[in-house]
Design a protein around this ligand. Sequence first.
Ligand SMILES: C[S@@+](CC[C@H](N)C(=O)[O-])C[C@H]1O[C@@H](n2cnc3c(N)ncnc32)[C@H](O)[C@@H]1O
Length: 272
Amino acid sequence: MADIEYDNEAFFQEYAKMTRSQRGLADACEWHMLQPLFPDLQCKRVLDLGCCYGWHCKYAVEQGAAQVLGIGISHKMLDESQKRNADPKIEYRLCSIADYDYPAAAWDCVVSNLALYYIADLDRVFANVHRTLKSGGTFLFYIEHPSFTAGVHQGWVYGTNGRLLYWPIDNYFLPGERVTNFLGCEIRKQHHTLTQILMGLLRIGFVLEAVEEAEPPANMMDLPGMKDELRRPMLLVKATEEKNIKYNCLRFTSHDVSASRRQFQLFMFSNC
Ligand SMILES: C[S@@+](CC[C@H](N)C(=O)[O-])C[C@H]1O[C@@H](n2cnc3c(N)ncnc32)[C@H](O)[C@@H]1O
């Protein structure tokens, strides 16, 4: 098994140049919104789906986790995780998100950061994660927003003067593979609608504790291209494996910058 994209040497080298690759979570623009959503990890068991360099695995150990498993399909990325984020409590394993065996009631927290948009059958992953979580366990993931994955070639449209005009969306209701270019390489991702993601979680029995549309923090706004991240959203979801809770709350944060230029919706679920 190999990750045809992340094991590609040219892509691997470009990925390593990104500031988040060089400096870790503090330079990941979603981290200021993701970090507060982590449950207490003291003495807990944590599974990371698509761990890459292992930043979130290391964070879990720093928060007191007793055992962490990070899985991924890129040999190169897993080698890198051993160099950068090794710890006796962390196992990095070459294994795909689809092939992991998800033992029943084994993990307190399953995290997946920027990896689930590579998965075609999300419902299967949701069912597996639901099974492998202990009662009351947390599934926390950050996934590209459907308006991102439905972006035409996942790129902006520019005006004749080189000015960035808008982010085009097409075939929103046709889930499936989208080919895009990231860091100079052809990358294949999977588009899922918002309904598929959120209802997929609810149908399998998760309770949604938080749904947030991540935006970069104010102190990163001067970085190249960062202000444009306010023009279309990325998605963060926290779900809990817990039955018999009366209220589900979907909290969408949004901002009014260029609100008229992008689509977003607000939902509140109650008495579910
Ligand atoms: C954008 S990186 C994100 C990595 C890391 N979670 C982070 O936030 O720094 C995506 C990672 O997911 C891995 N990946 C992609 N498809 C996968 C799959 N089907 N199973 C396991 N890992 C996968 C890639 O090899 C890559 O390491």
